[in-house]
Ligand binder design. Structure first.
Ligand SMILES: Cc1ncc(COP(=O)(O)O)c(C=O)c1O
Length: 525
């Protein structure tokens, strides 16, 4: 009996594949199955070499019961040409840029995986919301739409818009931190660390041990080490004004944090009277990983899981350039009335009035729509699967990766791939230049160039030497991913020929953005 009574198709604003269309005979994937699919073992799809394929992620969201291909859940109506340069032209561009891919002109890049930050494609809904924006200086309708959305998803009371994530960090840290304070985190992102250090405070990374072993599998490698956290709070009373947890852990491989870990951290913070904040840039991707991998109620929506995550904290910083699906924007959200008041004064000083915070009304509208779109199941399914699909291809060719693949990016373990290049000769940086030279693909080093420079000027090797291939949201298709795989496999086959790099000029902080480098052996470049 199926009269259809009481049933309806989802609207275009809702997740397209409702839970009652779960494919018959499939169970929602848990980490173990996910891992098997990832490594290819026992995965019929990987043997057939299909597609953005496989059933990893929820088996639930396939458009039919007879296909395995996870399609991009959108169609393309506006296109942007990309230009292919010849190898000699790329070589010239690399020399002109002093072997720093940040200094390249984007027009000389074929596929740009430098970052997933602000580089995504916006939806028709976002563009139309932007057209309806209110650009009033104070009290604009667009602010209240934005505020209501952030409150609804995070449950946090005070919402301060900022022009991007690091502005939220700066406002929070300049308001809260004093010299010699300590801020623990699973792993600080570079701007977070720099903003803390700019206050004379210390940024301490305490991820779980598995996080530092690229090849080790763990479902929640982004977790903070709860024992280390408690020890720090016990041993340094009065010196930790807040604890941060970054979801997903970008600098640690895009790895997720479990709800259990967030709840554990909150319990510890409560015992010591220290506020817990999220660096929430990729909260939606983190929620999806929780749904796939953490035991608990099976049918929870990403939105419900995200609310559970935010219920563990009293505030967050957010770059809306990630899971806000916007090209610019961010916010600081928090519960503490008096801290919020002080942060608002700080916001007015440098960002703008409290109802726009350095953004246009149309940016606020784009973020309000984007935050909801980032939580749609079909989108998250396709998104996480895209990275996993590339990972399968690279692992089949023996390329060492951070395992399991992350949410927004794939991280090549350059230390393992290029063991003949020591950290002092920057293996991941070398790989970034080689990938651009050979294929026009731009990716970011997360290694000793980014993290090796110490505040007092000395040099220390980073914990890992990674090359991050970050995926802009809703931008590239499966054939782009296939091309990237071919490029990396080509380099991997010739890895023995690569020689390292040296620094010729550098700024005092955040050096990777503008450092000048030179190859130790100029032949071949
Ligand atoms: C984890 C994390 N925190 C903070 C930031 C800073 O955000 P924004 O680039 O918007 O300043 C980023 C940006 O990549 C990030 O990945």
């Amino acid at each position: 009996m199926n009269s259809g009574e009481g049933r309806r198709l989802p609207t275009e604003d809702e997740s397209w594949w409702p839970n009652d269309l779960v494919a018959v005979g499939e169970t929602r994937t848990r980490f173990q199955l996910n891992h098997r699919l990832t490594t290819g073992a026992g995965n019929p799809d990987s043997r057939r070499g299909t597609s953005l394929a496989g059933r990893s992620g929820a088996a639930a969201i396939l458009p039919s019961m007879f296909t395995h291909t996870i399609i991009e859940p959108f169609r393309i109506r506006t296109v942007e040409p990309i230009v292919t340069r010849r190898r000699e032209e790329r070589s010239l561009a690399l020399h002109t840029s002093h072997f720093n891919v940040f200094a390249l002109r984007a027009g000389d890049v074929l596929i740009d995986l430098l970052t997933d930050s602000g580089t995504g494609a916006m939806s028709a809904n976002q563009w139309s919301a932007m057209m309806r924006s209110d650009e009033s200086y104070a009290g604009a309708r667009s602010f209240f739409t934005f505020e209501e959305t952030v409150r609804d998803i995070t449950g946090l009371t005070h919402v301060l818009p900022t022009h991007q994530g690091r502005a939220a960090e700066r406002i929070l840290f300049t308001t809260l931190l004093k010299p010699s304070d300590i801020v623990p985190n699973n792993t600080h992102f570079d701007t977070t660390r720099a903003n803390i250090e700019a206050r004379g405070a210390e940024a301490v990374d305490i991820p779980i041990a598995e996080a530092r072993a690229p090849g080790t599998l763990h479902p929640f490698k982004g977790n903070i080490d709860l024992v280390a956290l408690e020890q720090l709070l016990r041993e340094k009373p009065g010196r930790v004004p807040l604890v941060l947890i970054t979801v997903t852990n970008n600098s640690g491989g895009g790895q997720p944090v479990s709800l259990a870990n967030l709840r554990g951290a909150r319990a510890i913070c409560d015992r010591y009277g220290v506020p817990l904040f999220l660096d929430a840039c990729r909260f939606a991707e983190n929620a999806w990983f929780i749904r796939l991998r953490e035991p608990g109620p099976e049918q929870r929506t990403p939105t419900a899981i995200a609310r559970d995550m935010f219920a563990c904290v009293v505030g967050c910083t957010m770059s809306a350039k990630k899971d806000g699906m916007a090209n610019i924007g961010g916010f600081l959200a928090l519960n503490d009335d008096s801290l919020a008041e002080r942060c608002r004064n700080n916001l007015i000083l440098t960002e703008g009035f409290v109802t726009y915070g350095g953004l246009a009304g149309y940016d606020l509208e784009a973020i309000a729509v984007g935050l909801r779109e980032a939580l749609q199941e079909d989108y998250l399914h396709y998104r996480i699967r895209s990275i996993e699909y590339l990972a399968e291809k690279l692992m089949a060719g023996g390329v060492p990766l951070v395992q399991p693949p992350g949410g927004h990016a794939l991280y090549i373990d350059a230390r393992s791939m290029l063991p003949h290049i020591p950290p002092s000769e920057y293996p991941a940086w070398t790989l970034s230049c080689a990938l651009y030279l050979e294929a026009g693909v731009r990716a970011a080093e997360i290694g000793s160039v980014m993290f090796g420079q110490q505040p007092e000027g000395s040099e220390r090797p980073a914990a890992m030497e990674l090359l991050r291939l970050a995926f802009p949201r809703r931008v590239y298709t499966q054939s782009h991913v296939d091309y990237i795989a071919e490029a990396v496999l080509y380099l991997h086959a010739r890895r023995g020929q690569l020689r390292g790099m040296r620094i010729t000029d550098q700024p005092a902080t955040l050096r990777h953005f503008s450092v000048k480098m030179a190859p130790l052996d100029p032949a071949g470049w």
